[in-house]
Structures are given as structure tokens and as C-alpha cells.
Design a protein. Structure first.
Length: 345
């Protein structure tokens, strides 16, 4: 279309917007901006929300799974806790397990057993920050020899480099020399685990690969000081099976540990008191902070076991860690160990 006076073609020029059109466009822009803010900031459970505080929404969706209950009822009349004392690790371990009815009551020929040590840090065993390789080797030999387990797997998802942690702690060599397989995490080793009743990890990434085909699970951990939750013992040890952004749980440490008591119902929990990190935990670093002991404790009630170790291995008389009360409230065990322990010296 051309201008009649000048003869210029003005067909390409846009007509000025009317007041009504300006109002409509402004309303649309405001709506789009508001919708974007809603999608980004709305609580995660709200419709169409894109809020992703834990990073899980950005990961591919997959079906969640549930862990079975790995517990075995103890023999009638057996205590909930057994404590073994002696000159050597194997002797202590045998006495502690014997007090519970013997390892062969819990592990049968043909079982596939997963042992979860604490390999969290790139530390030597003398520092008390990780499970001592001697007790791991003794346990694996008992499982494969005395109990005739078909397979023993050793697995953890350390905080620091998994390969370095297993090598420096001596756990890799101890596992291999005794006949166990070592499972290290990678990006494809995790699946979404559903834990009914958990507050923080009802649905969370879990180190699932080593659990495939497993029918018995044993936790094997050191006893040590912890700067956030007072002590790291049997229950805290299961933290090493979580994936995802698990460091965020440090802000609510007692609640996450009580959730771990629901996540895993182990066959047995074993605490090594040969070297107890009394201060400077959980990482340690000073041999002077490590107390040499002569006890191994095992139990079918992980809450009572941790309570006993807090009193008798860490030798603390203050109030028990809050996570033990929370775990008891969730039905994971009973803190009262007074009449439920048998000590063999």
C-alpha cells in the first residue's frame, strides 16, 4: 500500500497499537512472568511446580523399589547384644556372635551376604575413622568358611574417592584376601528406594547394585566421635548407602540417622571396639585421639547396640544421642540395653 501524497510503499510499516491492544499485551506479559515465577518457586509437590531443591526432579524417572527385611529371629532366650573380649580380633568376634546364638544361626549355607563397612574417608586404619581391615577379614572368613555362604560382597559409597578410601583403609585388600568381592559405586549403581515411614528419604537414591540377589546384610562399623551427632556407630554407618545430594542432611542429622534405621533392617550389626576414635571425629587424623580397646559387640537390636557402645566404648555418661530416641519412636529398636546384653570375656 502506497502513500497517496508521496507515492511511497508503507505496507511494511506496523500500525500503532491501540490502547486496548497495549493493555492486552501487558496482561499477557505479566501472566507469563507470574507463571514462570510460580513454576520455579512453588513448593515441589504443587501442580506443575519446577522447584527442585534436592536435584531429583532433573534426574530420569524410574520405578522405586523396596528393600526386604533382612532380619533373622534370634534363638529363644538369646540376648539382644553380645560382647566379646579377648586378645585377638577373631576371638572377640567369635565370642560376641556366640553370645547371640552363633553366626551359623543367622547365616546359612548358600546365602549371599552383603557386609557394609565404613570406608568413608581416605585414612589409614590406625586412625579409627574407618572399619579396621582385620575385623572385616575375620568376619568374611567366618562367613565363607564356618557358615558356607555362597558369596560375600563388601560395599560402601565413601564420602571421598571410593577407590582411594578402600585402598588406604586396607579394606580392599582385606576383602579380596578373605574371598569377598568389592563393589564400588558409579553413576549406574543407584536406584530410587522407597522407605515407608521415613521423613527425609521416603524416596531417595540408594546404592542398589551390590544388593541384587542378596538375602543377608551385616553392618560392620567402627565406634567414633562425630562433631554433628555426638557419635557415629552402627546406625550412622548406613548413611554410606545413600546417593544424591546427601550432604544436605547434615542440617538435620538426627532425623536422617533415625530414617536410616527404617531404611535397613539388617541381619546383624557388629561394632569394632579395637580402636575407638574418642575425639576429632568423624575424620580423625591424630593417633593420640584413638583409644585401643579389646571388645567387639554384635546385636540384633541396632538401637540398643549403639546405646551400649556410646556408654561402654566411647565411655560417655551424658545424654544419649537424639537420633537413638527418634529411631526408637519409629519402632527400630529399644535404647534400654541393661538386661539385654551378654558379655563373654
Amino acid at each position: 500500500m502506497s502513500d497517496r501524497k508521496t507515492g511511497k510503499d508503507r505496507s511494511h510499516e506496523k500500525k500503532p497499537l491501540t490502547r486496548r491492544e497495549l493493555i492486552i499485551k501487558g496482561a499477557i506479559a505479566t501472566g507469563v512472568t507470574s507463571a514462570g515465577l510460580y513454576l520455579a518457586k512453588a513448593p515441589p509437590g504443587w501442580p506443575l511446580s519446577l522447584n527442585d531443591p534436592d536435584g531429583l526432579r532433573a534426574l530420569p524417572r524410574q520405578e522405586s523399589f523396596r528393600l526386604p527385611d533382612f532380619r533373622v529371629p534370634p534363638p529363644q532366650g538369646a540376648p539382644a547384644l553380645g560382647v566379646g573380649r579377648g586378645a585377638g580380633v577373631t576371638e572377640r568376634l567369635q565370642k560376641a556372635l556366640g553370645a547371640l546364638g552363633g553366626l551359623r544361626h543367622y547365616i546359612r549355607p548358600g546365602d549371599v551376604v552383603l557386609v557394609k563397612p565404613n570406608a568413608a574417608f581416605d585414612r589409614g586404619p590406625e586412625l579409627g575413622a574407618t572399619t579396621h581391615p582385620e575385623v572385616l577379614e575375620a568376619l568374611v572368613r567366618m562367613l565363607l568358611g564356618e557358615c558356607r555362604a555362597a558369596e560375600v560382597r563388601v560395599a560402601d559409597n565413601p564420602i571421598e574417592s571410593p577407590a582411594d578410601c578402600f585402598i588406604k583403609s586396607g579394606l580392599r585388600d582385606a576383602a579380596r584376601q578373605s574371598g569377598a568381592g568389592v563393589y564400588l559405586p558409579d553413576g549406574n549403581a543407584f536406584r530410587m528406594l522407597h522407605t515407608p515411614g521415613a521423613e527425609l528419604i521416603e524416596n531417595w537414591w540408594f546404592f542398589q547394585r551390590p544388593f541384587r540377589g542378596v538375602n543377608k546384610v551385616i553392618g560392620l562399623s567402627p565406634v567414633k566421635d562425630h562433631n554433628l551427632c555426638q557419635a557415629s556407630m552402627g546406625l550412622k554407618n548406613w548413611y554410606g548407602l545413600l546417593g544424591g545430594r546427601r550432604n544436605q542432611f547434615h542440617q538435620d542429622i538426627h532425623r536422617i540417622i533415625s530414617d536410616l534405621a527404617l531404611m535397613i533392617r539388617p541381619t546383624l550389626t557388629i561394632l569394632d571396639g579395637s580402636r575407638v576414635l574418642m575425639r576429632g571425629g568423624p575424620t580423625g587424623g591424630d593417633p593420640a585421639q584413638v583409644l585401643r580397646g579389646d571388645a567387639v559387640a554384635a546385636g540384633t537390636d541396632p538401637v540398643a547396640l549403639d546405646a551400649w557402645a556410646y556408654r561402654h566404648m566411647l565411655r560417655r555418661e551424658d545424654e544419649l544421642p537424639e537420633y537413638l530416641a527418634r529411631a526408637e519412636d519409629k519402632g527400630a529398636g529399644n535404647r534400654d540395653f541393661a538386661s539385654r546384653v551378654k558379655e563373654v570375656t
